[in-house]
Design a protein around this ligand. Structure first.
Ligand code: GAL
Length: 312
């Protein structure tokens, strides 16, 4: 289990940055990290670029491991990709990018893998780019050119479902959406099945008390996760009879939830229990004495959290 304390921290999203924009990627890039850019191409766009680079030096110019550069002409969009190493551009690669259009919104997802970067646009694969420089050296994102940006999110691929989909389900973060305030509940009329994934992304409130996530059936609550700010504990419990089971403390190097800090929670359902990962780090599997996934018909989030995305 990867319990490197740095890997347990997730960088908060950036809202409406002014372009040109540059910021540090906390902890740098590593396989499994993702950057999601929600934006809009300006109506008169000529070009824009998203650079994943090694620091932010301008003289000499920092190496750019991945230069993602859509260029717009009157008839077509071409995405130019390249690497800048020791102030020299390497061999340019061109991809068609008809999904990127002047005046149109887009959702770009960069998924960083050991050997390559995968890019999807609006949920569809766009291109792969081989890592020409070591991924672990990349610690800065720069955005320049003819776009406006609504949000940049730094996420982790869920660690459990590599084989299920190539790209993770990555909805745009709904920043400040009142429909996403807690208590928030989703009903699942058909129950859930093995391999079901619940993903919650959000920001803990300014003066948080606790955050609670429940997977419920009509009679039972086989999964209850409580992050208690008072006690600084993360607990798993279940209700399968008249009383709650003694909560099981989930061990982490430090309490993972902090006021106004972003957090991403994955709950992966298996035949006998639930695998939990926070900020992309697996924290174990939690099992009630018996489990009937089909009977789980509601997922609830309560407490001191602003939800940005709730996928189930
Ligand atoms: C150059 C351009 C740079 C960069 C590079 C990529 O022609 O001036 O900004 O896009 O191509 O290969």
């Amino acid at each position: 289990m990867n319990m490197d304390p740095l890997s347990l921290l997730l960088q908060p999203p950036v809202h409406y940055p002014v372009v040109p924009y540059m910021c540090t990627i906390f902890g740098g890039l590593r396989p499994g990290k993702m950057v999601l850019v929600q934006g809009r191409v300006s109506g008169t766009a000529n070009r824009f670029q998203i650079d994943l680079q090694v620091g932010c030096s301008t003289r000499p110019r920092a190496d750019v491991a991945f230069h993602f550069n859509p260029r717009f002409s009157s008839s077509e969009t071409s995405v130019v990709c390249n690497t800048l190493h020791m102030e020299q551009w390497l061999h340019e690669v061109h991809h068609p990018g008809p999904q990127l259009r002047k005046g149109q919104p887009f959702l770009l997802l960069f998924l960083f893998l050991e050997d390559k970067i995968k890019v999807s646009i609006n949920g569809q694969h766009l291109l792969d780019y081989p890592n020409r420089l070591p991924l672990c050296d990349v610690d800065t994102i720069g955005i320049h050119g003819d776009i406006s940006v609504q949000g940049i999110s730094f996420l982790c691929r869920n660690p459990f479902s590599d084989s299920i989909t190539e790209y993770p389900v990555c909805q745009p973060l709904k920043l400040g959406n009142v429909a996403m305030t807690t208590p928030l509940s989703k009903t699942l009329p058909n129950g859930i099945s093995e391999g079901h994934m619940t993903t919650v992304r959000g920001l803990a409130s300014a003066n948080p008390d606790e955050i609670v996530i429940l997977l419920k059936s009509a009679d039972f609550i086989p999964f209850k996760l409580t992050a208690s700010f008072r006690d600084q504990t993360l607990l798993y419990s279940y209700l399968m009879g008249p009383r709650w089971a003694e909560p099981q403390e989930i061990q982490t190097p430090f309490f993972l939830f902090h006021a106004e800090r972003f957090v991403q929670i994955h709950i992966f359902s298996e035949t006998n229990g639930f695998r939990l990962a926070i900020n992309g780090v697996p924290l174990g599997v939690f099992c009630p004495p018996v489990l009937d996934l089909k009977s789980i018909n509601e997922i609830q989030i309560n407490g001191s959290i602003k939800i940005y995305s709730f996928i189930c």
